[in-house]
Design a protein around this ligand. Structure first.
Ligand code: URA
Length: 260
């Protein structure tokens, strides 16, 4: 199965699990006695006045895909969350990593950047975004009139995927509670989600990053701006213009003005 199909299947499984726990399964068009009893009985269509007019069959409504409500997460200090992560063996990424890359920056940051996962250099140093993509991220942060010490930077997965491959759904699932705990601890004013994995994980939305970028969204009530990942921008420098538009939107939230 391709990565994309696997992602869709995982997301579908999550919806189903949640809907089943709620006693309803509208996604499959099945309903339990509980929801069936609560739902109003659909009326038969009114008789058609003119025999000559073609009868319009009402289309069955598309099953609503309801997003699982995100339970609020307890606010705990970052060092406590790091201790809980410990010498993590929760997924197979632990086999190839040298260092867990938890996150770095200001624990009181109002602006948080979330990336995908550590690369080779990050794995060596234990600090996020210190390789080539990291150097570009640092430039982006500075263009926004912040420094790396002002902001907080972390990743969806805390251990390097072998050969910098994409993180797999089970790895994301194992690490996601720690990212969520970090964000609950930081309670930033704005989150910038860098690339597909950060954006799709936090928003639980499988829409492509090309479509999501530049549009304000919310994660647990916190404004979130999806944008391109710096590693992608290194490969596609012509897209930097769009990323800069996204970052300028973020700057506006902080009352900062960027160069056009
Ligand atoms: N890419 C990421 O997504 N995170 C890092 O820390 C480094 C590169």
């Amino acid at each position: 199965m391709s990565d994309e199909l696997k992602e869709i299947a995982t997301e579908l499984r999550r919806h189903l699990a949640w809907q089943e726990s709620d006693g309803s399964r509208s996604i499959l068009g099945e309903r339990t006695a509980k929801t069936a009893a609560a739902a109003p009985v659909a009326k038969a269509p009114a008789p058609v006045a003119k025999a000559a007019a073609p009868v319009q069959q009402a289309k069955p409504a598309a099953p609503a895909i309801v997003k699982p409500p995100e339970a609020p997460i307890a606010r705990r200090p970052l060092d406590e969350i790091r201790r809980e992560l410990g010498d993590c063996q929760r997924c197979k990424l632990c086999n190839g990593r040298s260092t867990i890359v938890f996150g770095s920056g200001n624990p009181r940051a109002e602006l948080v950047f979330v990336g995908e996962g550590p690369g080779e250099e990050e794995d060596r140093q234990g600090v996020p975004f210190v390789g080539k993509a990291g150097q570009l991220l640092t430039k982006m942060i500075e263009a926004m009139k912040f420094t790396r010490d002002d902001v907080y930077i972390c990743n969806v997965v805390k251990c390097r995927p072998p050969n910098n491959r994409n993180p797999e759904p089970d790895e994301i699932e194992a690490c996601e509670p720690f990212l969520k705990a970090q964000l609950a601890s930081l309670q930033p004013k704005v989150i910038v989600a860098l690339g597909k994995f950060a954006t799709q994980t936090l928003l639980r939305d499988q829409t492509s990053i090309t479509r999501l970028r530049g549009q304000w969204r919310e994660y647990q009530g916190i404004p979130l701006m999806p944008t391109f990942h710096p590693a992608y921008l290194l490969r596609q420098p012509e897209e930097k213009r769009l990323a800069w538009l996204d970052l300028q939107e973020v700057m506006k939230r902080f009352g900062k003005k960027g160069q056009q």
